[in-house]
Design a protein around this ligand. Structure first.
Ligand code: ACM
Length: 636
């Protein structure tokens, strides 16, 4: 390519780094009338910029140089500062760059070289060598006995249903056996696999018995049959003659936590219906029961709302010339997508068949830039002169609690969401509302005066209280991130998802809120997995090697007998998608850590053991290979 950009860390301190950026013109022509666009996810101090000007909206930067022409074979150089902890990974460098002419008519692609780091991590962690376990089960069942021998499935094996609750689970088994092994069960044949009702088993519980007479799956709930099926799928192996066999076992199993979830961000990058279904299917393999679908954010609105087609027509796409600038990738093209309501229904049904509840998240009042840019007449107050910068560097991404349009928007969106999603819970986000918001808004100030509010946090509470009531009128329970209880306005019916720290979860639990734990330091799958510069991911919460993910124990310091533990409904891991541009990156960040998280969700503390998990993971990798999951090799 004719142009190349290099970024180097020149110096670094605890919360301050200085950078040098060089643009090389490798072509045989002078470059005139140019600007450089690039993507970086930290905020460049505008006053620190040398040799030109920088404008930044979110991760999207436009550099206007102080020279008109860059002659052939010459370079341009500038420096700037970012208030950040030292950078350790190549992912911290520029994500994309593009040269454009001042009128935007001409574009030139640019080659990026890896960021020159001042202090990259050098350590690669090593996992202990372990023997592969003959039972490749993850999460580990809470009670399992193994016996000598294997049961062999044959061409005449039939799946027999003696429980209507097992219908979907049995269909799922057939689909998976077909997909993994090209195996088709007969409709008339030998009753080798029997699904049987066992009303003594509670929600999610199951028993799986494999012996000389065949395979028996017992449960008293749909979810129990799905979990029994997941265990069976993991136990089935293909022998040297391509016969399917399963070891003789007796499993009596039930979940440790009632709620076992994963959140997927589909706003920062859009993941197709097929990608979402693929992940949901994987969640079912590991006995998760909740898919938390982060559908809206500053960088994209992904859910069709019939009352406001603008939300997806405008808010679903970004790029030069669009209402939303390019973010995180794809500078040169329009990027985006959304889910139609029919597609949403399809995904919900697919998840239900696999025992998974889909909780939609509509993030308010922060993280709303895509909605605000789509519906400015409704959601903007032109007189609002408040100065703020959100964590992802926006100054225009918060809904106003004082505009009638906000409530009209919320009503319509929540009505359609409530109609579309069978989930009893609707997540309303509520995270990361920046300081400074609403302070210079005449409408907000008038509302504060009228209600006697002392702090703008109470305005957030005002809005969330409205959302809570609206959802209740629609038969739904509101759930939100830990900031939802700021402003002391939401009721104890609201379930709190803690993410910043476990302390917040403990505080909320002590106040009487039910909590779901999603601490970034242990459960964020966009965090890097090792201390090596080429490891993809971010590290603002932590580096999370497989062992840290495995060893996560919620509120470990709270004694087992403490009644506060009853408030912990469960655990959730999360994949934020700033760097998740394609399937293989998703696979790499999710696997194998998802399997470690599954065990934290499912298996009793007394049954968990790191090296035992590794021995099962070692044999389990075959199943990941069979599904063409591009996981991170645990033993590199
Ligand atoms: C979050 O990570 N902002 C919930």
């Amino acid at each position: 390519m004719s142009y190349r950009v290099e970024l180097a860390v020149l110096s670094e301190q605890k919360q301050f780094c200085r950078f040098g950026l060089t643009l090389h013109n490798l072509s045989d022509k002078d470059l005139t009338d140019w600007r450089l666009q690039f993507i970086v996810d930290r905020f460049i101090q505008p006053d620190s910029f040398t040799h030109g000007d920088i404008k930044q909206v979110g991760s999207f930067c436009t550099l206007s140089p102080d020279i008109d022409s860059l002659p052939a074979n010459q370079h341009y150089y500038c420096e700037f500062s970012i208030n950040t902890a030292p950078l350790r990974f190549y992912t911290d460098g520029l994500k994309d760059a593009l040269l454009i002419s001042n009128n935007g008519a001409e574009q030139h692609p640019v080659t990026l070289t890896p960021i020159v780091l001042a202090s990259p991590y050098r350590e690669h962690s090593q996992l202990p060598e372990v023997e592969a376990n003959s039972l490749a089960l993850i999460p580990k069942p809470n009670r399992i006995e193994q016996f000598e021998g294997h049961f062999k499935l044959t061409a005449s094996s039939q799946i027999t249903l003696q429980a209507s609750l097992a219908e979907k689970a049995a269909t799922w088994l057939q689909l998976e056996l077909h997909h993994l092994y090209d195996f088709t069960a007969q409709t008339i044949g030998q009753s080798d696999i029997i699904y049987r009702n066992n009303p003594t088993l509670d929600e999610g519980e199951y028993q799986l018995t494999i012996g000389a007479s065949g395979i028996r799956l017992e449960a008293g709930s749909r979810s129990g049959f799905v979990h029994a099926t997941a265990s069976l799928i993991q136990l089935i192996q293909s022998d040297d003659e391509n016969n399917l066999t399963a070891p003789y076992v007796k499993i009596v199993d039930q979940p440790r936590f009632k709620y076992r979830g994963m959140m997927l961000d589909c706003a920062r990058h859009f993941h197709s219906v097929d990608m979402v279904k693929r992940l949901i299917n994987q969640l079912a393999y590991y006995k998760f029961n909740t898919f938390h679908w982060h559908l809206t954010d500053d960088e994209g609105w992904r859910l069709e709302i019939k009352a406001f087609p603008e939300l997806t027509a405008i808010g679903g796409y970004r790029g030069t010339g669009h209402a939303i600038e390019p973010q995180y990738s794809h500078l040169a093209a329009t990027y985006g997508g959304y889910y139609s309501q029919d597609e949403i229904k399809e995904v919900i049904a697919y998840a239900q068949d696999r025992g998974i509840n889909v909780i939609p998240e509509i993030d308010i009042p922060g993280h709303c830039r895509a909605a605000i840019k789509s519906l400015p007449e409704l959601l903007c107050e032109p007189e609002d002169k408040s100065q703020y910068r959100s964590i992802q560097h926006y100054n225009d991404n918060v809904l106003s609690p004082a505009l009638p349009g906000t409530y009209h928007f919320l009503d319509k969106v929540l009505e359609e969401v409530a109609e579309l999603f069978p989930s009893d819970w609707v997540h309303i986000g509520a995270d990361e509302v920046p300081d400074g918001v609403w302070l210079e808004s005449p409408a907000c100030q008038a509302l504060m005066k009228k209600e006697g509010y002392q702090s703008t946090k109470e305005l957030q509470g005002h809005l969330l209280r409205y959302a809570e009531k609206k959802l209740r009128s629609l038969g739904k329970r509101m759930v939100g991130w830990e900031e939802a209880q700021h402003g002391n306005k939401v009721s104890k019916d609201t379930i709190i998802y803690s993410w910043l720290s476990e302390e917040a979860a403990l505080n909320c639990a002590k106040q009487g809120f039910d909590v779901i734990l999603q601490p970034g330091q242990s459960t964020y799958l966009d965090m890097t997995q090792d201390y090596a510069p080429e490891e993809p991911g971010v590290d603002w919460a932590a580096v999370i090697p497989l062992e840290s993910a495995y060893r996560y124990e919620p509120l470990a310091e709270v004694p087992d007998a403490d009644p506060i533990r009853k408030r912990i409904l469960g655990i959730q891991c999360a994949l934020w998608s700033e760097i998740i541009t394609h399937q293989s990156r998703m696979d790499y960040m999710v696997f194998p850590r998802l399997t470690a998280m599954a065990e934290a969700c499912w298996t009793e503390k007394s049954e968990r053991d790191w090296e035992d998990y590794l021995s099962r993971l070692k044999s389990h990798l075959d199943l990941l290979d069979r599904q063409q999951i591009e996981y991170r090799q645990p033993w590199k």
